[in-house]
Write a protein of this length. Sequence first.
Length: 282
Amino acid sequence: MTAPGTTTGTTATTTATSTATSARPGPPTGSGPVLARDRAELAAALAGVRAAGEPVAFVPTMGALHEGHASLARLAREHAGARGAVVASVFVNPLQFAPGEDLDRYPRTLEADLEVCAREGVDVVFAPSAEEMYPGWPQVREPQVTVEPGPLGSVLEGRTRPGHFRGVLTVVAKLLGLVRPDVAVFGEKDYQQLTLVRRMVADLCLGVDVVGAPTRRDDDGLALSSRNRFLEPDHRRAALALSRALRAAQDAAASTDPAQAAPAALAAARAEVDAEARVRLG
């Protein structure tokens, strides 16, 4: 893949309106991705690719992009091919935040996100407002129709964040309906989310190939995350117990009789977590 050249925030935010008349399949030619703020601009930006019958690959994000997101964009390009289109969404979805969570504090860095997308050859960045995604917002804060995640949505992360995955699946379903991609790429870091999205796509016959991408980690082993910028140094050191636990579990399972692999892996992981006083398993 040949990435486009460095672009400024101004050139990266070229409107869909100015490019609609010259819509064509394939990656941008150095001018940066088209920034679409509403569904009409999104449709205009993808008109040429759709007319040519080329594939569309989609990377949904909440912004504050890092190398993990960049790797998703690169995988999306592989699936879209040289003449297809890669679309990334940047939308902090209020429906998946419970009262008291960090909706207002969640990092919003659109200009920097556009630069990342330009480097990785993203063709279109869809960055809608909450009003665009949820008509009537903020007066109407609860859509009448949402996607219920089923039993899996109430365990693990769903147990401590009631309603979270209902918000996730609802916005993903809406984004898939707007972008209409052939392929959607999600990181395996949020594995419960990935599993639920796959289940939704299968159960609702959405006709999208959902691709999982490997977790990307920092040099110290911590999984890359937009929220990591909020960690104090001692909290970051504590969080590393999780990656150590995963590696210990993997090593224990690989070196143990298959019949005892699961309990050995759990014991090894728990030992690593228990050694860090600030981390406890639920």
